[in-house]
Ligand binder design. Sequence first.
Ligand SMILES: [Zn+2]
Length: 276
Amino acid sequence: MTAPGDPVMHVPDSLRGRSGRLLFRILRSEIDPTVEVEPLTRLFGPDALSRPGILAVQDSLSADPFSFANLVPFAVKQNGRVGLYQVGRWPAEVRRPRGDAYRLPEGFIEVSESMSNVRVSTHFTLGQFLTKDQRDVWPKMLLLDERLIDKLELVVSELRLAGIKAEGLGVLSGFRTPQYNARGRNSGRATDSRHQYGDASDVYVDVNGDGRMDDITGDRKVDIRDAVRLARIVERVEAKYPELTGGLGVYRATGSHGPFVHIDARGERARWGFPK
Ligand SMILES: [Zn+2]
C-alpha cells in the first residue's frame, strides 16, 4: 500500500500496542485528535477523515509503513449487505446485546483485493482475517480489533521465548460475518461468536509452512497436545497482560484442518475444549 512517495509522519509509540508491533490503527470516534487526527489532516487534507479507506504513512523512525483505517459507517449496511458484499445481521440488531462487547460495530474496514497484503503488525496482514466467502466480491468488509493483533504478536514473542521460532501464526479463521457464522452453527459455531466482532481468531503454529499445526511438543505427533501447548503459551501472555484477557479454546484436528487454538480479546476470561 505504501510507496516511497507516501507522506511521512512520526507515529507515536502509544499506537503500537503492548507488543510494540502494531502497524495499524482504526480511527474511532473516541481517538485522541491531537495525536492522530491533526497530523493526518495536515498530510491528507481536511476531507481525508470523512472518506472511508486506509491512510498509509511512512513512519519517520521506522522502516515499516503504518496504516490508519477510516471506517465505513455501520449505517451504510442495507438489507444485510454493504455494497455487493453480504454480511448479514448482528445479534444486537435482533435483541438486546448481552454486554458491551456485543454492541453493534461502529463500522467496517473496507478491504479491496490489493489491500489484502497491508500489514496490520509485524507478522500479520489484513487479508489473513477476512471472512473466507464470496471469493470474487470486492471490496470486502472487515472487523478487526487492534487488541487481538497485539495479543497475537505477544503470543509470537512468547513462542520465541519458549524456543519455537514462529514468524507469525497460521490463521484458520479470523473475522466471520454473521451471515457466514450462521452457516457453521451446526458444526459448533456459537450464535454469539466473538469472530463476528473482529477480536477473535483460530490459529496454529506453522513454522514449517505446511498449512497445519506443527509438532511443538516434540513427541513426533501433531495432535491436541500441540494445541494445548500453544494454549499454555497464550495463558502466559494473559498473565503478563491481563488487559488482553479473553477466550481460549482448544480444538482437535478433523479431516479438513489440523488442531488449533481459538484466541480472543473479549475482556473477560473464558476457557473451553481442554482435555480433562
Ligand atoms: Zn474461534
